[in-house]
Design a protein around this ligand. Structure first.
Ligand SMILES: Nc1ncnc2c1ncn2[C@@H]1O[C@H](COP(=O)(O)OP(=O)(O)OP(=O)(O)O)[C@@H](O)[C@H]1O
Length: 394
């Protein structure tokens, strides 16, 4: 846990006005907190006070409940991993030597350092055999930043400070390293303070986001809370006019899927299928195969044109399916691309989990439907609805 209490920093050259002004905040163990705000608002200075690259003017910094002012500075820095945009790899050392530096200072033996270096390189998706003997000049900017992250993790510090660590990476590689780092951070339960300029990065990475303004914290909250309820005009402005769309990125198709029982299968009585449509005030049924995977859909017209039971020839092709883990912004974009008002959601095995509709997503973006609440158009099955597909309902 990182606990900042009434932390203030004044630089003499900057006069009486503090650049960090009496801030208090707590980052719980295993949490990643992003410091976000305009240039010059004191984010980096806050970070640097934690590992004492900058000496606080006043206030307290506690790590794991202990006041860091009492720690020996070398010991303090060994306990805190630090990754910065400029990376700062030593050019005359190999990648392995760069990563092994702190473990070596801690007196680890060579086999342990080698094993750790191999694990960390694999973790950041760099092949250990190829990259351990390489020099920083042999690597791209993005690869250097990956090594920088591996080095910050080397001695397994409980706390990590990261200052725009992915800032120099192109957007495509940045997305993948953000995903990888978030996965590593969650699985290793590192407590991380992460400075960013990038609102999308902050919303994606942070358990909490602290919005800084002129050395003060304007609002600290979860990404969803910040987007849904910005505490001030400054925060609303900062998170952007498209905050409803940004919120959609934080939500998954699984949270939006509705009416998993509104389904049919080939061979089912057409009269029952029509009754199911009536009872749900719906104009379509997803048709499932024996494994509960969507194979198409039918509406009243197909049912009217067919015989007594539903036949494969009546089933219309689905334009696409949505995976449960897809974020709702991507789903919205799929709906628009296909000109569809809904698409079937499927789980990791391809089994139907429900309808993901345009209306439901719009309603979630507005915040009208917290997950779990019924959407206004979700009409529950009437008690006399035929039990066409109990096997598919979940
Ligand atoms: N050593 C220093 N001496 C004097 N002023 C400094 C020093 N370090 C930082 N500052 C000033 O303190 C203010 C806050 O700087 P800081 O680097 O913490 O901001 P930031 O929010 O991290 O900005 P950015 O996003 O641009 O990195 C700035 O106005 C900066 O010029």
């Amino acid at each position: 846990m990182i606990d900042l209490r009434n932390l203030t920093k004044r630089f003499e050259s900057r006069g009486a006005k503090p650049v960090v002004d009496d801030i208090s905040m707590t980052v719980e163990e295993g949490e990643l907190c992003v410091l976000l705000g305009p240039s010059g608002c004191g984010k980096t200075t806050t970070l640097k006070m934690i590992n004492r690259l900058v000496q606080p003017t006043s206030g307290q910094i506690l790590i794991g409940g202990a006041d860091t002012a009492r720690f020996d500075i070398v010991e303090l820095r060994r306990r805190i991993g630090y990754a910065i945009q400029q990376v700062g790899l030593f050019p005359n050392m190999t990648v392995a030597e760069n990563i092994g530096l702190v473990p070596q200072m801690l007196g680890w033996d060579k086999p342990r350092i080698r094993a750790r270096t191999e694990t960390l390189l694999a973790m950041v998706s760099l092949d250990p055999a190829t990259y351990m003997p390489a020099y920083p000049r042999d690597l791209s900017g993005g690869q250097q930043q990956r090594v920088g992250v591996a080095r910050a993790l080397a001695a397994d510090p409980p706390v990590m400070l990261m200052d725009e660590p992915f800032g120099a990476i192109d957007p495509i590689n940045r997305t993948s390293i953000q995903d990888e780092f978030r996965h590593i951070q969650k699985s290793l339960r590192k407590t991380v303070m992460f400075v960013s300029h990038d609102i999308d990065e902050a919303m994606k990475m942070g358990d909490k986001v602290a919005i800084f303004r002129d050395g003060k914290i304007e609002q600290m909250a979860s990404p969803d809370e910040l987007l849904a309820r910005p505490a001030s005009a400054f925060v609303a402005d900062f998170v952007g006019a498209d905050r409803a769309l940004k919120r959609l990125r934080l939500m998954r198709a699984a949270d939006a899927a509705l009416e998993p029982a509104r389904v049919a299968r080939c061979g089912f009585p057409s009269a029952d299928a029509r009754a199911l449509l009536r009872n749900h005030l719906a104009d379509t049924l997803v048709v499932l195969d024996a494994q509960d995977k969507p194979v198409g859909h039918v509406g009243p017209m197909e049912l009217a044109a067919g015989g007594a039971t539903l036949d494969a020839a009546q089933v219309r092709v689905l334009p696409a399916v949505v995976r449960a883990s897809d974020d709702l912004r991507s789903v919205m974009s799929m709906l628009l691309a296909h000109g569809a008002s809904w698409l079937p959601g499927v789980d990791a095995d391809g089994r139907f989990i429900g309808y993901v509709t345009h209306e439901r997503i719009a309603s979630m973006a507005r915040g009208a439907c917290a997950s779990g609440e019924a959407s206004p158009h979700a009409i529950a099955a009437a008690p006399d609805a035929p039990e066409l597909a109990t096997g598919a309902a979940r």
